[in-house]
Structures are given as structure tokens and as C-alpha cells.
Design a protein around this ligand. Structure first.
Ligand code: PGA
Length: 253
């Protein structure tokens, strides 16, 4: 069966000491607690190795927020999937709308990043989602289908089964505006049907599909109660233990 996951995406926030304090704080909060979901934190590249060393990685998985679309070599400033994996991080967030919008990451580039991540043993958390104009034009189903097809449907069923998806409507990211639980369920169910058509029902049923976009302690429970919403990718509310922990606890019985 698919996993429930609550994943944090710190984005370009926290210095190394601040990030370490946040990771350790979460680690302490979860130490004697049984969670009903997997917990992941996505940190800046500079923090990965230190965060991995400072926490119990059986309890909290660590993700990079990006990796290069090249294997290695003369690409000044880039960080490869192999480098990420060598820190002990097990996940990589790819295709976030901020990467697509500000760093011009195309479906083609993302396809390569996904392949390199998988080749290096990393689990991609692959983000998809429409902008407001696309939602208003009723094109959101089409948009997410294209994003999935353009970067993932070249994968074998075996490789696709390793992917975690995150549906993040761009209009809900950092805006305080959340998709309603019904809107999230509607499109998550659609995404699962798209996966089933390509890879069969079993792989579709086993794919974890997270919701992201202003998910917080007050809306997480309702969102996660929907049958096709398997957890959340959390930006702003992952930057403090006080805000992040209740989202994890939304899976408590
Ligand atoms: P947000 O960000 O929770 O701050 O809206 C979510 C994300 O971008 O992953």
C-alpha cells in the first residue's frame, strides 16, 4: 500500500546553525512518538550532510530541494544527484513551481533530473500543479497530465513506482489560499487515473500523492482525510517545530 508522508520544504530559508537547530528540534519532538506517516525534511544543499548526521534518519528522511541535470563536470555552482546521495539524503524535490518559473526548468530538463536522481538511488518528490489562469480556464487537469507525461512517462513501471508526486497548485503556494479538500481530492483522483492508464491500477494505487500549498495545522486533517490525498509538502509551516508537528499529527487517530 502507498505511504502517508508529511514532507517539509525549507526553500532558501535558515542559515546552517538555524537549520540544524530546527532539524534537532523536530528530531527531539519525534523521538518518543509513533507517527502514522513518514516524515521528510527538504533542506538547502549546504545543510544536508550536517542534518543527516544530527538526526535519526530512520525517523526523519532528508531531501535536497533540487539537483543538477548533468552527471558531473564543468558546471560551476551545480550540485549533482551523486553529490546529494553522498550526503546521506535519500530524497530530492524536483520540478517545484519556483524552479520551473524562476530557473526555467522545462519538462525535458526535469526528465533528465529525475533519471539522474533515480540512477543515484534518490527518491524524487516530483511537483506538478497549475497557475491561477490555468485553473480559471478549467485547464488544470490537462496541465498536470502534461507535466507528468513530459517528465515521467518515459520511466519503466519499476522506476515510476519509486516516484512520490506532489500536487501543488501554484496559486496556493505561500499565499495562505489553500485548495479546498474537495478540490484537492478531485485532482488527486484525476492524477491517479492518469497514472493507472499508463502503468496500471496497482502502480497508481501505490503512488503517494502529496498536496502542497498553504497546508497548515488547521487544514491538514481535512485535506489528509481525502482518499487520494496521501499527505503534504509543506513550505512555510515546516520552518518551525510548533507549526510542522501538528501537521504530522494530523495523521494521528
Ligand atoms: P507553502 O509552500 O506551504 O508555503 O505554501 C508549499 C511548497 O511550495 O512546497
Amino acid at each position: 500500500m502507498r505511504k502517508n508522508i508529511v514532507a517539509g520544504n525549507w526553500k532558501m530559508n535558515t542559515t546552517l546553525p538555524e537549520g540544524l537547530a530546527l532539524a534537532k528540534g523536530l528530531n527531539d519532538a519525534l523521538k518518543n512518538k509513533t507517527t502514522n506517516c513518514d516524515v521528510i525534511i527538504g533542506t538547502p544543499f549546504t545543510h544536508l550532510a550536517s542534518v543527516v548526521a544530527a538526526i535519526d534518519t530512520d525517523k526523519i528522511g532528508v531531501a535536497a530541494e533540487n539537483c543538477a541535470d548533468k552527471e558531473k563536470g564543468a558546471y560551476t555552482g551545480e550540485v549533482s544527484a551523486a553529490m546529494v546521495a553522498s550526503t546521506g539524503a535519500k530524497y530530492v524535490i524536483l520540478g517545484h513551481s519556483e524552479r520551473r518559473a524562476y530557473y526555467h526548468e522545462t519538462p525535458e530538463i526535469l526528465k533528465t533530473k529525475v533519471e539522474l536522481a533515480l540512477a543515484n538511488g534518490l527518491t524524487p518528490i516530483f511537483c506538478i500543479g497549475e497557475v491561477l489562469a490555468e485553473r480559471e480556464a478549467g485547464k488544470h487537469f490537462e496541465v498536470v497530465d502534461e507535466q507528468i507525461k513530459g517528465s515521467l512517462f518515459n520511466l519503466s513501471a519499476e522506476d515510476f513506482a519509486k516516484i512520490i508526486l506532489a500536487y501543488e497548485p501554484v496559486w496556493a503556494i505561500g499565499t495562505g489560499k489553500t485548495a479546498t479538500a474537495d478540490q484537492a481530492e478531485e485532482i488527486h483522483a484525476h492524477i491517479r487515473a492518469t497514472l493507472a492508464a499508463q502503468y496500471g491500477q496497482e502502480i497508481a494505487d501505490n503512488c503517494t500523492i502529496l498536496y502542497g500549498g498553504s497546508c497548515n495545522a488547521s487544514n491538514a486533517k481535512e485535506l489528509f482525510s481525502k482518499p487520494d490525498v496521501d499527505g503534504g509538502l509543506i513550505g512555510g509551516a515546516s520552518l518551525s517545530v510548533e507549526k510542522f508537528l501538528p501537521i504530522i499529527e494530523a495523521f494521528d487517530k
